[in-house]
Design a protein around this ligand. Structure first.
Ligand code: 13P
Ligand code: SF4
Length: 301
């Protein structure tokens, strides 16, 4: 293990590479990364960081987002098949159909989407900034894709707008049912319940706080509560427990594991740096339009 880490560090220096890791990555991958955070933070890092190579320890749409924002850098996704099923629940053709059914209505796409879907949209968002961006858009109507749960959550916060939602969802977050929240609340009465907005709206309604992975971590850091029930992927517990050993953290559901996020191991990171695996490319025909939606997000967030 120590040897792999030393070799990764050497290769990083040699290739002028930085390692970006999402909060859901395995503990040892997070530990070796230069930047760890939620999708929004990592997008900003990708856009600004000075390096030749970005190794993105996450899932494909995150690496593609980094490539769109940093087209001159080599962006590597260590595990080729690390995808996001939610991002695959809508196609560009679906978005074109929605636009023709609701002419003139802007389309806001969750960053968990393909480059082609981004290119058909007017603005992108992450869970950290979706409410702010939706509220800042002109008009009374908004098409939101592909996550119906996040869309419901945003609609509950931006009441002045009518939302047209797409029925996409994350299998991992959808495992949590309202009864699970009631049961853990009963068991750990002193604990605050922190929920990711990809959860069912009925689950989010029962939360003390709803936010992105980093916002959940920030809330737990600032709060004086002694315990927290975490309603998002297990990866966030690594930093939470490491930084706050005096507080207790409980996972809301034992199935909160994203199989795609867990594909990346230290061995994958090493192979990525050594053999340039797997270089991300984006279709030139859609890159400029998709980039526009991300730039707009960065402006409005
Ligand atoms: P965050 O942007 O909150 O980190 O979430 C990304 C994600 O895929 C959640 O499932
Ligand atoms: Fe996609 Fe869900 Fe995994 Fe997030 S947790 S990357 S939304 S499958």
């Amino acid at each position: 293990m120590r040897e792999i880490i030393i070799t990764i560090q050497e290769l990083k220096r040699k290739r002028r590479a930085v390692l970006l890791a999402h909060n859901y990555q395995l503990d040892d991958v997070q530990a070796v990364a230069d930047y760890v955070g939620d999708s929004f933070y990592l997008s900003k890092v990708a856009a600004d960081v000075k390096s030749d190579v970005i190794v993105f320890c996450g899932v494909r749409f995150m690496a593609e987002t980094a490539k769109l924002l940093a087209p001159d850098k080599e962006v590597l996704l260590p595990e080729r098949d690390a995808g996001c099923p939610l991002a695959e629940m809508i196609t560009a053709e679906d978005v074109r159909r929605l636009k023709s059914e609701h002419p003139g209505t802007p389309v806001m796409c969750y960053v968990n989407s393909s480059v082609e879907v981004k290119a058909e949209s007017n603005v992108c968002c992450t869970s950290a900034n979706a409410v702010k961006i939706a509220a800042s858009l002109p008009g009374k109507k908004l098409i939101f894709v592909p996550d119906g749960n996040l869309g419901h959550y945003v609609a509950s916060r931006v009441m002045e707008k009518e939302f047209i939602l797409w029925p996409g969802h994350c299998y991992t977050h959808a495992k949590i049912k309202p009864d699970d929240v009631l049961t853990v609340r009963e068991k750990y009465r002193e604990a605050k319940v922190l929920i990711h907005p990809e959860c069912d709206p009925e689950v989010a309604r029962l939360a003390d706080f709803t936010g992105s992975t980093s916002q959940i971590m920030h809330y737990a850091e600032k709060s004086s509560a002694p315990a927290f029930i975490i309603g998002t992927e297990v990866g966030v517990l690594y930093q939470l427990s490491a930084k706050q050993p005096d507080k207790k953290f409980y996972l809301l559901h034992p199935g909160l594991i994203c199989p795609n996020m867990k594909k990346t191991r230290l061995e994958s990171v090493l192979a990525a740096l050594k053999d340039n695996k797997h270089s991300i490319t984006v279709e030139q025909a859609v890159a400029a339009k998709a980039r526009y939606t991300l730039d707009r997000m960065l402006e409005l967030a």
